[in-house]
Design a protein around this ligand. Structure first.
Ligand SMILES: [Zn+2]
Length: 226
C-alpha cells in the first residue's frame, strides 16, 4: 500500500510539473533507440545507439528525481527497476544473439542436409550448425550456434569443412568460458584484438582436422572465415 501511495503521489508531482512531457519524450526516445540497437548490423552503431538509449533513460530518471519533492523513494525503486531491466536486456541479447542472427539470415539447421557435420561438431562442443543463403564463403560462431554460408559449403571439401567447423567450435568453447561483460566487449569492439583468438582457434582446428586441411581452407577463403 505504501508503494501505491507513492505512485499516486509521484503521478501528482509529475502532473503538476512542466517536465512531464519531457520525461515521457525521453522514455519514448530511449525505447525507440533500444529497439534500433537490436536491429542495427554495424556493431559500432549498435553500441552507440544502445549507450544513447541508456543515457536517455538516465536523464528521464534524473528529471523524475528532480520533479519529485514529496517522495524520493519511488525514484530509487524506478532506478533499481531500470538497472534490473537493462541488465536483463544486455544478458538476454548476449545469450540469444544467435537467435536474432538465425532470424536475420533466415538460417536453417544443417543436420537434415549434412548430418555428419553436426555429428562432427557434437564431438567438440555443444552447438547447432546453421546454413544460410549467400554465395560469399563465410563461417562464424555466435552463442551456441555456428553459421556457414551455402557458398562455403560449395567451395570446401570435407576435410577443409572439418577444419573450419573445428575453428568455429573452438570459438564456442572459449565463449562459454569468457565472462559476460568481456563477451559484450568482444562482440562490439572485437576487430583489432581478434588475431590472438583467431590463432588459438586455428591451432585447435589444425589439431582436430590437420594443418593441411586448415591451410587449404584458409587459401580458398582467405580472410573470410572468422
Ligand atoms: Zn575465428
Amino acid at each position: 500500500m505504501k508503494l501505491l501511495g507513492e505512485i499516486n503521489c509521484f503521478g501528482q508531482c509529475l502532473r503538476l510539473s512542466e517536465f512531464a512531457s519531457f520525461i515521457a519524450l525521453l522514455i519514448v526516445v530511449s525505447i525507440a533507440m533500444l529497439a534500433a540497437s537490436l536491429m542495427l548490423r554495424n556493431p559500432k552503431q549498435r553500441i552507440m545507439t544502445f549507450v544513447s538509449a541508456q543515457v536517455c533513460v538516465l536523464l528521464a530518471i534524473a528529471a523524475t528525481f528532480y520533479v519529485m519533492n514529496c517522495s524520493e523513494m519511488l525514484s530509487i525503486y524506478l532506478y533499481s527497476g531500470y538497472v534490473v531491466v537493462s541488465t536483463i536486456i544486455i544478458f538476454g541479447v548476449l545469450r540469444h544473439y544467435d537467435r536474432i542472427l538465425v532470424r536475420r539470415l533466415d538460417a536453417r539447421p544443417i543436420a537434415p542436409l549434412m548430418k555428419w557435420t553436426q555429428d562432427f561438431v557434437d564431438r567438440l562442443t555443444s552447438a547447432t550448425i546453421y546454413y544460410y543463403d549467400s554465395a560469399v564463403p563465410r563461417a562464424f560462431a555466435s552463442g551456441r550456434s555456428i553459421f556457414v554460408s551455402l557458398g562455403l559449403l560449395e567451395v570446401l571439401n570435407e576435410d577443409e569443412l572439418k577444419a573450419v567447423l573445428a575453428h568455429e567450435a573452438w570459438h564456442i568453447r572459449s565463449n562459454s568460458r569468457t565472462p559476460y561483460l568481456k563477451q559484450l566487449a568482444l562482440m562490439t569492439f572485437s576487430q583489432p584484438k581478434k588475431s590472438e583468438l583467431e590463432n588459438l582457434a586455428d591451432v585447435f582446428a589444425a589439431e582436430i582436422a590437420g594443418s593441411e586441411a586448415l591451410s587449404s581452407a584458409r587459401d580458398k577463403l582467405d580472410k573470410v572465415f572468422i
